[in-house]
Design a protein. Sequence first.
Lengths: 253, 600
Amino acid sequence: MATFTLQVFRGDATGGGFKDYRVDAEDGMVVLDLVHRIQATQAPDLACRWNCKAGKCGSCSAEVNGKPQLMCMTRMNLFEPGSTISIAPLRTFPIIRDLVTDVSYNYEKAKSVPPLRLRPPDADGKYRMWQEDIDRIQEFHNCIECFLCQDVCHVIRDHDEKKKAFAGPRLFIKIAGLDMHPLDNRDRRAFVKDSAGIGLCNITKCCTEVCPEHIHITDNGIIPMKERMADEFFDPVVWLLRKFRGQKATRTA
Amino acid sequence: MATAEYETHEHDVLIIGAGGAGLRAAIEAAAQGVSVGLVCKSLLGKAHTVMAEGGIAAALGNVWPEDTWQVHFRDTMRGGKMLNNWRMAQLHAQEAPDRVLELERWGALFDRTKDGLILQRDFGGHRYARLAHVGDRTGLEMIRTLQYHAIHQGIDVYMECKIERLIKDGDRVAGAFGYWRNTGKFVLFKAKAVVIATGGIGKAWKFTSNSWEYTGDGHSLALWAGADLIDMEFVQFHPTGMVWPPSVRGILVTEGVRGDGGTLKNSKGERFMFKYIPEFFRSETADTEAEADRWYEDKKNNRRTPDLLPRDEVARAINSELKAGRGSPHGGVFLDINTRRPADYVRKRLPSMYHQFKELADVDITREPMEVGPTCHYVMGGVRVDADTTAGTVKGLFAAGESAGGMHGSNRLGGNSLSDLLVFGRRAGLYAALYAKDFGGQLTVSSAEVESLARESLEPFSRSGGENPYAVQAALQDVMQNLVGLIRNQTELQDALVKIEGLKERANKVRVEGGRAYNPGWHTALDLRSLLTVAECSARAALERRESRGGHTREDYPQLDPEWAKVNVVLRLKNGSITGSREPLPQMPDDLRKLFEDRQ
Ligand SMILES: Cc1cc2nc3c(=O)[nH]c(=O)nc-3n(C[C@H](O)[C@H](O)[C@H](O)COP(=O)(O)OP(=O)(O)OC[C@H]3O[C@@H](n4cnc5c(N)ncnc54)[C@H](O)[C@@H]3O)c2cc1C
Ligand code: SF4
Ligand code: SF4
Ligand code: FES
């Protein structure tokens, strides 16, 4: 067992500051366990979000010692026993209270993404897809919507006004997943360029670095999408070929 | 009084809960052209459904063409030890394949067979490999698909809003009252029909795979509004939860580990499940290790491994091994997949289990066994519903998903929940919308009643003295863990009921600090009411049923009793107290009954 000092941000939109709590940590504990311990013993009204406690729901995002991460997957044995650890809410989103922020920006942006438009089925009425064709998209589907990538992206982190014109890395991989979906036949090119603002991304890869699901957001999602935009935006034939022959062109003949 | 102020919203159909059941209900209700409100305690997409791992059971027949709805139906009924509502089990088995294919058309990407169809995996109690899945993160795929489909259907979503009470007009449900977590402000929803889709009750136990949300709110809302609950004695303890480190004790280890080749062993290295094959499943279970091993490769000529018996059987077996002193160092048993399967197979099929053990327990499951033990996981009991329409016993009330009872009988098979959510979520949305359309009358809600609920909710702020709500919650979890656990008896159940009464007193006196905005202490204080209600329901029903069946094991009545096979324990509120009665189970028609005779 070791004792830590947790400096937790307490406050709301009107102001606030860090408050120190001394907490014991037992074997195997994570940051979220200590936050719960503070709630149960010292500050029952300390606000934080959580659900699964196993890195699956993406609720417990916070900035621990300045680094955006999931509190439930951050083990206390990463820190020097007796040390001081700061826990702050995600900075990019407006604060509600303590560690809870208003993440509605992400939900609003999600609504603007043009959804899947289903292509017709195979001749026997079934839809077939091949594992190799969906591996990449399944990687994107691992997203737990923790919004850590959105939090670090400098395009919006320090520029609130850009939120209007920028969907952010979470939604770039959502769009990429739809675009590469073998059953989809919708054209999202204008949306990606004009509304999602992919041009604002300058591939700093900060998003990829913080993703707790280790999704290759930039290399597998954003960069190929930028390339497709460059190739296809001015050449609809290239777009059509990719959409309708798809990745499995070699097999369907 | 200013503090009792509230805002009002009006919908034809109000759905409480945005997990798989609630989202599917909302999509269907919206498709009927009515106005739909969808409320959830957490953010959208964070409901329990997101955590489901192993898969969705549906007799698609992609891996085993022999699989049909009849086989699935039979497995489900036998898994529930025949106490299931047969009609629910039938509809479920018949409709699950269409619901899964529909998810695919909405964008879900399940793992594939070699011919490009949906791959299916083995799970406990299912005769054939039947679970459509995405590695071990099927729930994530399911909830995201439903969520991203739903946001384009014109549904009004109220996130981080908690419903405290249903509101009635005479004998009909007329809406619901709750508060916004963010601000603590009150809100009234007027609605012609209300669908309960709030999930389970597992937070009443200490070691549980369930999150803070599982305080049995929907069960309690229905009961308080005069509806019947059934089968509340049946609580599923999943055989494989993590046991170490202490802070993660209870977190789930998917049955998919065993489905994909994992074996249970005790401290002597014995595959102990062979000692615990019950008569009921003997004819279909391998009785030698050699046969069990062959079954993984050749399912036609061998019987299935006892590692994949239904969950109640496996949980009891583990419990017996622990009692006999053959447990692992941290008080579990070993679950070993690394000896049968190569590392890359494990990482590909079970990525989140690999990650979970590596990150949280410093265990590399591709090289060493896991330590696992029973954890509270799922409640079979719930709101008593009509099988076809999901209507509860109060007008205007519907229920689906984990909060509805009947479908799983005394024990749920793995994978049958996600399919249940889709099948009955859709039916709930459909029939609630039809009910709302048919209902021509006016509903009136008494503002005095709403204001009094609001004032009651604020009481904990003005109490002096009194204890921290977390202390009461922890005390209840201890009571349920120790006295209403996997193995029960009369003395302990009676003791539990006495202790629950005492805790109710304490809960009435808890005090909260701080303001109304996002105050978890206050939220916990309010959740105690439903948590204590479902704890009492569960203990009461368990005391009533004097036999052992599925998720209810009585050491003082260790046998299945044919008389008890004919009744459900029904709970309802009478003069403010919860009372239990035995009521006859719906009778299965002869053509279905035959399915059980043919294949014994
Ligand atoms: C770790 C884990 C793994 C699992 N794996 C599988 C599996 O592989 N296969 C399978 O079939 N099943 C599995 N299950 C079971 C299955 O996931 C659940 O039974 C199922 O998801 C429940 O769905 P639901 O829609 O009924 O409720 P949930 O998904 O839990 O949703 C409940 C909703 O109700 C809301 N709510 C609750 N109370 C209130 C209130 N008072 N006011 C407003 N909103 C409220 C919540 O916010 C939430 O949105 C698993 C369960 C767990 C915990
Ligand atoms: S790579 Fe692009 S999206 Fe990702 S953080 Fe950098 S600018 Fe933002
Ligand atoms: S892409 Fe990764 S970091 Fe971004 S929201 Fe999804 S899981 Fe979180
Ligand atoms: S609590 Fe679910 S990701 Fe941390």
